[in-house]
Design a protein around this ligand. Structure first.
Ligand SMILES: CC(C)(COP(=O)(O)OP(=O)(O)OC[C@H]1O[C@@H](n2cnc3c(N)ncnc32)[C@H](O)[C@@H]1OP(=O)(O)O)[C@@H](O)C(=O)NCCC(=O)NCCS
Length: 418
């Protein structure tokens, strides 16, 4: 099967794209940080040597100079119904300004997607620095991240909270939070697993290049039976004039296992003294907080952006891994110029299980591979994608039927940067 992109892609020119040796890490890290306008520091390369998988890493070399970078991590992606998929999480993608628009990204991304397909990973994921970059490689925007602002002056919850909150130090937090998150992410479509390094960095137990990265304060929630059921990581940004306080509390992360934990954790951050505003920058589209308040207008959507992009590689594995809202069948023709996901697939899905296989039957829906990526987790409706021209309906009503099948109770959400 021809996998490499065949339409409109340029081949890499002079620079040599290849795996990266340990002694080349400093140059690789320098290239990446420089392109992201970040200062490098001594010890940074060592952090990468210790923490990343060198077998999933590429560099473009011109002599000893590194002019482009890309790597991936193996991820577990939760899909609707609670199943997980092996995904290749693409990250650290940079091309030196002196070498851009010469096909280096195309060359590296193609190699990475070939490798992911060969490794048996069902899809590739990423967070796009700029929206227009990755559609051409078959990625579709699959989850949305919303920034909420909550005006806390006079804010009242309609019901009191139960349970108990406890401020904890980073060591205790590191003991309990990964387990809470793991339970949460297994039920939240669009979320991914986090490794030990991720947790060590956010709790300040691992410094990068001599700099601890810990941010703010942590609290954990215990439910009525004394069970751990949530946590919040937050940071106060004080602002005072004439002893009048108008500080902001930034919620880095709020994870709740259930309604009690959710109400208590939001109540806790909303009622912190010396602040008049809570800013929560990376939240789901279907945040329930307004419904818990006497005055829902205290909560505003201050911004939003596409977050997780998804690039299908193995359509059968993907469609069989998830569960569907209702029982039904659908034949989808997927167009993938790179070949990985190209073909006509018959889905037989239900809330209990699914089968998907290639079929000679006529298609009811025709979708670009990126459109399938956008619709797969339930983050975009098939009917919307049909209106937008990403999907073509070959049988009237097929997109609406697909919406019934692919709909999810809760919006897909990825709360992790990578
Ligand atoms: C984004 C970046 C990696 C692109 O690398 P590159 O080697 O220049 O990309 P390519 O030459 O392979 O480009 C392939 C195609 O994508 C297009 N493209 C690349 N970057 C683009 C962008 N930022 N916006 C719109 N189109 C883009 C190119 O124009 C080209 O299209 P064409 O073949 O129709 O001319 C590079 O510009 C960069 O490092 N930017 C800063 C860091 C960054 O944004 N990284 C992405 C992190 S997610």
């Amino acid at each position: 099967m021809a996998r490499r992109p065949s339409i409109g892609y340029r081949q890499a020119m002079a620079p040599n794209v290849r795996a990266v040796e340990v002694e080349e890490f400093p140059a690789w890290v320098d290239q990446m940080y420089r392109t992201f306008f970040q200062p490098t520091a001594e010890g940074l390369a060592q952090h990468y040597v210790e923490t990343i998988d060198r077998t999933r890493m590429l560099g473009a070399f011109e002599g000893a100079a590194v002019v482009a970078t890309l790597r991936s991590d193996l991820q577990e992606l939760t899909v609707p119904g609670g199943g997980v998929l092996a995904a290749s999480g693409l990250t650290n993608v940079t091309v030196a300004p002196s070498h851009r628009r010469r096909g280096l990204l195309t060359e590296m991304a193609t190699r990475e997607l070939d490798a992911a397909k060969d490794r048996g990973e069902a899809c590739s994921t990423l967070i796009a620095a700029e929206y227009p970059i990755y559609g051409r490689f078959g990625y579709g925007p699959a989850t949305t991240s919303v920034r909420y602002e909550v005006a806390t002056g006079g804010l009242r919850f309609t019901r009191p909270s139960t349970g108990r909150l406890e401020l904890v130090d980073p060591v205790r937090f590191l003991e309990v939070a990964p387990g809470i998150y793991d339970q949460f992410r297994r039920a939240q479509p669009g979320s991914i697993d986090r490794n030990e390094v991720w947790w060590e960095v956010v709790t300040g137990q691992r410094s990068i290049a001599g700099r601890p990265q810990v941010q703010g304060t942590q609290a954990v929630f215990y439910g009525a039976a004394g069970e751990l059921a949530g946590y919040v990581r937050y940071e106060g940004k004080p602002q005072t004039s004439d002893l009048r306080h108008h500080g902001t509390v930034v919620v880095h992360e709020l994870v709740a296992l259930g309604a009690e934990a959710y109400r208590a954790l939001w109540g806790f951050v909303a009622e912190l003294d010396l602040a008049v505003m809570v800013e929560a920058p990376m939240r789901p589209t279907d945040e329930l907080l307004p419904l818990l308040l006497h005055d829902a207008r205290k909560v505003t959507v201050a911004g939003s952006h596409d977050h997780l992009w998804l690039r299908p590689l193995d359509v059968e594995a993907m469609l069989e891994a998830r569960r569907y809202q209702v029982a039904g069948q659908l034949v989808i023709e997927v167009h993938d110029p790179s070949g990985y996901a190209d073909g006509r697939f018959e889905l037989d899905g239900s809330p209990e299980g699914a089968s998907c296989k290639r079929t000679p039957r006529s298609a009811e829906l025709e979708a670009s591979v990126g459109a399938l990526g956008a619709a797969y987790l339930g983050g975009h409706r098939w009917t919307d994608l049909e209106h937008a021209g990403w999907v073509r309906e070959l049988v009237p009503g097929a997109a609406a039927r697909a919406d019934l099948l692919f709909g999810t109770l809760r919006a897909p959400w990825c709360s992790t940067w990578f």
